[in-house]
Design a protein around this ligand. Structure first.
Ligand code: ATP
Length: 240
């Protein structure tokens, strides 16, 4: 596959906090039509990686390409109109605003009101539970409902790539199933996905391809179904 056909391509990426390095020489590709997951323990560097891709952290060195175009150092607000949308860890909803208002904020970079309305309906079709709660203040919803709003808000920018940082953490199994199913549907609708997860079981079940991050380094990668059968991955991440 030609390099410029990747949706995202990281090459030899180094990212740190001040003088403290957090990611070392990380390379990764996201192909069109794929869900790529990054799994790893607490503190492995997963959030650092997704924040660097989303333009929230500036890499020390290395390259990030979005649809073949270099974007390392481009800020998050400039990447959203280029097709990148992030569901941040911890959701970061506007708790005093309604579900509808939170979702509307996700479409801030779009101006075609008809397209926004169509996208609003499409997004609600993924989360029918939200339809009856559009006028509810987001801060009063359950954790699972809030996570649905966070994903819905990210989809409202009509992204070509969706980045999700630990979307299932702390959620009840039924909500985890809903979020996992939506991630698959989103991929099938033509949006490529990078999914950061501590829960390797969920991540490997939903993803096409997976990278394992340890201490800021990619230690192995491969088809998600193959990694799920890998002895070391099973011992370290699947509790088998
Ligand atoms: P978690 O699942 O706990 O979020 P993670 O795999 O996402 O873990 P990161 O949050 O990316 O890991 O952290 C990677 C390393 O960078 C850790 O050593 C962490 O302590 C450090 N780190 C993260 N955020 C900061 C920060 N704002 N300032 C300094 N160091 C940080």
């Amino acid at each position: 596959m030609k390099a410029d056909t990747y949706s995202i391509e990281l090459n030899n990426l180094h990212v740190g906090y001040g003088a403290v390095p957090a990611l070392h020489d990380v390379s990764l590709t996201l192909s069109k039509g794929q869900i790529v997951t990054i799994i790893g323990a607490n503190g492995a560097g997963k959030s650092t990686m997704i924040k660097a891709i989303a333009g929230l952290l500036r890499p020390t060195s290395g390259s990030i390409k979005l649809f073949g175009e270099p974007v390392a150092g481009v800020s998050a607000d400039q990447l959203v109109p280029r097709g990148l949308s992030l569901v941040p860890e911890g959701r970061r909803l506007f708790g005093a605003m309604t579900v509808r208002e939170n979702m509307a904020l996700g479409a801030y970079c779009l101006s075609d009101t008809m397209a926004i309305a169509r996208n609003f309906e499409k997004t609600l079709s993924y989360f029918p539970d939200l339809r009856n709660r559009l006028e509810t203040v987001a801060g009063t919803l359950s954790g699972g409902q809030q996570q649905m709003v966070a994903v819905a808000r990210a989809l409202m920018s009509a992204p070509r790539i969706l980045l999700l940082d630990e979307p299932t953490i702390g959620l009840a199994p039924a909500v985890v199933d809903t979020i996992s199913a939506v991630i698959g549907t989103v991929r099938d609708s033509g949006v490529d996905v990078i999914l950061v997860e501590q829960n390797a079981e969920i991540a490997l079940a939903v993803a096409d391809y997976a990278y394992v991050l340890e201490d800021g380094r990619i230690v192995t990668h491969g088809d998600a179904s193959e990694l799920a059968r890998n002895d070391e991955v099973q011992r370290a991440y699947l509790g088998i």
